[in-house]
Design a protein around this ligand. Structure first.
Ligand SMILES: CC(C)(COP(=O)(O)OP(=O)(O)OC[C@H]1O[C@@H](n2cnc3c(N)ncnc32)[C@H](O)[C@@H]1OP(=O)(O)O)[C@@H](O)C(=O)NCCC(=O)NCCS
Length: 192
């Protein structure tokens, strides 16, 4: 299956390259980036995440895209769509997620990249709903979800099954976004 490339005003969402592995490992070893991830990743764990992202594209047609700034930084992190690997009340589902190097926060890149990923998910991938979830305390990630127009219902809050009881990151919020109704096509005659 081909791995699609997406372009936004400032970003290119593309497949992963060998040259991404070292900067991605540096991100995954940065306590600022990994504050809400439950621990740092070493190089092997970081490379394994890239391998999973590539395999996800090949089986599902979408996945975590490597993000580059057009005409700028060649790799700043990932944005993409994934099927979570754990069972919860809201699975099976597709989630939109993001992880950027800290130097590239505060520029709107996560939201801009996620909008392209959502458009792909609702468009080519034909999804009816995309969710996102994070620890209650991950305010930056929740702010991205809210900027995207995703909606949280407190009744969907859940404890992440892969984190132990009492862990500060275990309580999670879930945000949902339904496929927007198709806009009328320009020039269409409308109902007759
Ligand atoms: C979560 C994460 C991706 C959010 O990144 P972010 O840069 O804060 O989010 P956005 O891309 O939406 O950028 C929004 C910020 O850019 C600012 N901004 C600057 N220029 C902008 C522009 N041209 N357009 C839009 N926003 C712009 C906004 O004002 C906002 O600033 P604020 O944080 O001071 O309010 C980032 O913190 C991260 O990678 N964290 C670690 C990994 C993580 O926790 N992932 C989520 C796991 S669930």
């Amino acid at each position: 299956m081909t791995r699609p490339t997406l372009a936004t005003a400032r970003l290119i969402l593309r497949s992963w390259r060998e040259a991404d592995l070292a900067p991605f490992a540096a991100m995954n070893a940065d306590p600022r980036v990994m504050e809400f991830m439950g621990g740092l990743l070493d190089r092997a764990g970081s490379d394994a995440l890239v391998a999973r992202a590539l395999a996800h594209f090949d089986t599902q047609g979408f996945g975590l895209w490597a993000v580059e700034v057009a005409g700028g930084a060649p790799f700043i992190g990932f944005v993409g769509l994934m099927r979570p690997g754990f069972a919860a009340a809201f699975t099976p589902c597709v989630e939109v997620g993001w992880r950027l190097a800290a130097d590239h926060w505060g520029k709107g890149y996560a939201t801009e990249g996620a909008r392209a990923a959502l458009a792909f998910g609702f468009g080519q991938a034909g999804l009816a709903e995309i969710v996102s979830f994070t620890s209650v305390v991950n305010a930056r990630s929740r702010a991205v979800m809210e900027r995207l127009g995703m909606v949280r219902d407190p009744a969907d809050d859940f404890d992440h099954p892969n984190l132990p009881a009492g862990h500060v990151l275990r309580p999670h919020v879930l945000y949902r976004l339904k496929r927007p109704l198709a806009a009328p096509m320009a020039g269409s005659a409308g109902p007759s």
